[in-house]
Ligand binder design. Sequence first.
Ligand code: ZN
Length: 322
Amino acid sequence: MIEEILANLYRMEIPLPQSPLKALNSYAIKNSERNLIIDTGWNRAECMDAMQTSLKKVGVDLRKTDFFITHLHADHLGLVSDLITDTSKVYFNQPDADWLKAGFLWDDFVSFARLNGYPEKEIQEATRSHPGLKFRSKGNLVFHILKEGDTISIGDYAFRCIETPGHTRGHMCLYEPSKKILVAGDHILNDITPNIQLWSDGWNPLKEYLASLEKVYGLDIELVLPGHRSIFRNCKERIQELKQHHEKRFEEIISILGKGSKNAFRVASQMSWDIIYDSWDLFPVLQKWFAMGEAIAHLKYLEEKGIIRRKMRGQKILFSSA
Ligand SMILES: [Zn+2]
């Protein structure tokens, strides 16, 4: 599916088979000298086929194309290694580039999952099916690093980089002030809630995410081009809804811990999830994995606020009301 949103700016829908996200929005900006593609899809045949068909229809020549990637997740970055040519620049942010350079720290994630009560018997299945491992980009990508306030100029567009950490440490949006458009990546989505997860103890992603929402709230935006699902206009309203969503989550977790201390996996199993399965036990392994990551992000936030606290019981972290 291809849609011309504004002059020379196209949305290309790249399917994400078997993912609840359904598809990725890749954006192409066409220009006589260099084209720009924003986000790419997983590194797998279905994404490559859709990308090539779309580029042909739009008339984008990859030999004259640069890339901007909003963040490190494989549904955004994965395919870029198979699309670049000798002349391509890949614009990216430093924190996510550092994270990739350190290697995919899967073993650390697994230890962290164990600490938080993820069942041993499901760890192998989560490892086998995680799309971040299966569909990541190949080889060592050379990035052209951008920072807050840097600009990418292309034809009639001058995109300003807005650092929006939270979904990942380095997540970056693009803002076009004269056209009042925001390329939002996974910072603000309309039909689903961006997933904020924590898989190490080194930072507080929700604190950064909520601050990044505040930051974008201050921009004059008429049209949001998100990484998934539909484009939308009511940016300020959507930001309010997302803030309320996390407030509700905090309340829910406080109430769950009010009934006794629990590890993060147990907390996640008692939270409400907008998913088609009737009970937690029926969730696919990977959905439990992501749900626990989200629970941990909220627990970390509440812990830093002094509302809850942790202690170790044996080899597991246990959270309780402060
Ligand atoms: Zn995404």
